[in-house]
Design a protein around this ligand. Sequence first.
Ligand SMILES: Cc1cc2nc3c(=O)[nH]c(=O)nc-3n(C[C@H](O)[C@H](O)[C@H](O)COP(=O)(O)O)c2cc1C
Length: 326
Amino acid sequence: MEQPRLYMAPIKGFTDHTYRNTFAEHFGGFDLAVSPFIASKRDNKIKKKYVKDVLPENNTGLPVVPQILSKTGKDFITLANYLYDLGYGIVNWNLGCPYPMVAKKKRGSGMLPHTDMIQGFLDNVIPGIKGTLSIKIRLGWHSKDDIFRLIPILNQYPLEELIIHPRTGIQRYDGEVDLEAFGQIVSMINIPLVYSGDIRTFEDFKKLSRRFDSVSRWMIGRGCLANPFLPFAIKTGGEEIQGRIRKIKHFHEALFEKYSILLDGPSHVLNKMKGHWCYISSPFTDCKKTVKKIKKTRRPDQYLELVNLFFETEAKWPYTEGTAFK
Ligand SMILES: Cc1cc2nc3c(=O)[nH]c(=O)nc-3n(C[C@H](O)[C@H](O)[C@H](O)COP(=O)(O)O)c2cc1C
């Protein structure tokens, strides 16, 4: 079987360049990352601050494909070509974002019912960008009818790849991924496919890769935030990992240190780190009380004290892989 190619998913607010680099230093297993989206702007001049997350000098750990959220071809082209000049030969178009603020403006998955708009966008953008285009997409906004209407159209363009999260926009992250629909797409599409959704354990990966044996590209998001050993486990066929808690603790300390340097003031650092606890804590049982206390801390010293307590005591409790995400 072909060696799987593993992609770190874009998770806005989590998988920024600090996370991506630190992850690569501590765990490994990913071949590349797609960045969380950058929204295109009307302004023709792009400020460096705006694309800071994908500046090559900030991305030394993993190869990156920058992602753009846009419904306007002209603005997309401006940003894509700016990124090309920075060295990015491929950019990714976000057709998956489910958040109402985005979708109601016909962006992200809110654009999926509008087949003509998508076709017009591609007609304009593909000849206009210096590099190539990949797309990250859901099955549809309200229903999977959207993607089945789009497939014959997408098949006509020289797309780099199609990353599919097989849920609809209105589902957000609830309910099941629709694997039957994904299977149908596999048989209809002539663009390289990447599967994205709910890979939490090595077992999940094995089941999916057996079922879709022509797919060799897999994207992992929340599963790696919760269990950062997962990509390595997949790459090595489930090799036993020693000293997991110690390694997660070191990773956490490195993230904390880097955000302390980068972010403006302790409250921003604490907010950033607290966000991660929804995922970090999810594989551990019986730790709700400490995690609640961690989330309530207001000072870095309090926070670090409780986090230490967690790793020294609670985290020794049974480790249950693959707990459902909240
Ligand atoms: C908080 C959050 C933020 C996300 N941000 C993005 C984003 O910026 N761009 C994108 O294409 N997908 C985004 N996603 C979707 C993920 O990339 C991924 O497709 C989805 O979470 C399913 O995969 P997973 O179960 O492996 O996480 C986001 C998901 C979550 C939960």
